[in-house]
Write a protein of this length. Structure first.
Length: 426
């Protein structure tokens, strides 16, 4: 019995489901996170540069290289484990080790990334974070510790995954340039769950930072959109009043419409990516299954108060840009119709003028035809009389009588000939 053939991508696609496992982390441990993004056209970057930068780090510790075409890799570098992931617009490094520094969120922990290696990164830091994983303590002591580690005003604290751990963070950049997060697992929380919580926090912070790029773009476009909106309104008034020639207004309107279309095209990817990153942030927060802890705001509440307004601004700017482009398009169509009507009226006047000129030309032609009959008849009579003169003298007729006799027949024949030519031409 012949064996069934597998689709050539069957194993590859199945293995992709298990390609990015959560790291296993024990408590206590220290996690250092870094995300790098090229400032422009990151989605079209040379991804081999990302791999080469990772390889340079691995070579410093004699670690194994990633497989060709890999988009993720895990390796041991010294006493640290590093997890590298390549995404559409950025590359992330998650480095973790057992144990914590005596000083909470010690900037020296970031020294796992050498300075010269960081300077050669194919991009810029979009975010970096220090995550301190320590056992959960009593509520009173935990509250005092969190107030000591973070800024109380923006601190978000919540128990997650059925109260298996408490996560905390203030989403502020510390003097060393890093975000700070704390994960405080309970006594029975396993290493896989701790790793899953840490990865969720890294994803929330990275996708939040990436989504905020859309807010920056929207804020930069707002003055230009407002100016174009005012200009478009002024042109609509000019269209209504008719004080400015329609052709001039149409030219200005086409310029505004082209500028709006160019702005929309340049912003389409960033606004679309912002919506995708926002959805990922909300999804990752919901997957943590947060509860409430000691009256602190949760991550979801923090995002609702601080992150959601920025996302609404992006959506509002995108809709405003689209509405303004549609408005300019509709105004252009109306004005183009008006110009077409005016040109049609001009064409009708021109055709009427041409008809009058054609009528005059026809009258002139008839006049010229009459003169032509006289002129041709004059020469024809002369020729005919000279031709028949010898015959007329034989019968005793003089030249005047001969001319009088042939004039009417010659004129009639000439007139008939011209009429026949005229019918053939028409």
């Amino acid at each position: 019995m012949p064996l069934i053939q597998d689709h050539p991508l069957r194993y590859q696609l199945t293995n992709e489901l298990h390609a990015r496992p959560f790291p296993a982390m024990s408590s206590p441990c220290t996690v250092v996170y870094l995300a790098v993004k090229q400032p422009q056209e990151a989605e079209h970057r040379d991804r081999q540069q990302d791999v080469q930068h990772l390889t340079d780090l691995l070579d410093r510790h004699g670690a194994a290289h990633p497989q060709p075409g890999a988009t993720h890799h895990t390796a041991q570098i010294g006493r640290h484990m590093v997890k590298w992931e390549q995404h559409t617009e950025f590359v992330s490094y998650t480095v973790y080790r057992d144990g914590v520094s005596p000083r909470a969120f010690d900037p020296a922990d970031f020294d796992v990334f050498p300075e010269d290696w960081l300077a050669q990164a194919p991009g810029q830091r979009i975010t970096s974070a220090l995550i301190r994983v320590v056992p959960r303590t009593a509520p009173a002591k935990l509250k005092a510790t969190l107030h000591d580690w973070f800024v109380p005003e923006s601190l978000a604290v919540s128990p997650v995954l059925d109260d298996s751990a408490v996560v905390a963070g203030d989403f502020r950049i510390d003097p060393a340039g890093h975000m700070r997060f704390a994960v405080l697992p309970g006594a029975g929380t396993g290493s896989q769950r701790i790793g899953r919580i840490v990865q969720r926090l890294c994803e929330i912070e990275t996708y939040r930072a990436m989504a905020m790029l859309g807010f920056s773009r929207a804020r930069g476009l707002t003055p230009t959109i407002s100016a174009l909106d005012t200009h478009l309104s002024e042109m609509m008034v000019e269209m209504t009043s008719g004080t400015v020639p329609a052709e001039q207004t149409l030219s200005q309107l086409l310029t505004v419409s082209a500028e709006l279309e160019a702005m929309a095209a340049r912003s389409a990817f960033r606004f679309g990516a912002t919506g995708a990153y926002e959805a990922l942030v909300n999804q990752r927060v919901s997957l943590l299954r947060e509860g409430r802890h000691e009256g602190f705001q949760t991550l979801a509440e923090f995002m609702l108060r601080r992150f959601e307004p920025a996302m609404r601004t992006v959506k509002s700017t995108e809709k405003r840009l689209e509405a303004l482009a549609n408005r300019a398009r509709r105004a252009g169509e109306l004005l183009r119709t008006r110009v077409d009507v005016e040109r049609s009226a001009q064409n009708q006047a021109l055709l009427a003028s041409m008809d009058r000129r054609a009528d005059l030309a026809l009258r002139l032609q008839h006049t010229v035809e009459g003169l032509s009959v006289v002129a041709v008849s004059y020469y024809a009579v002369s020729l005919v009389s000279d031709f028949f003169l010898p015959l007329a003298e034989r019968y005793g007729l003089n030249k005047k009588v001969l001319i009088m006799a042939v004039t009417l027949p010659v004129v009639g024949l000439v007139w008939l000939g011209i009429q026949r030519i005229r019918k053939k031409l028409h």
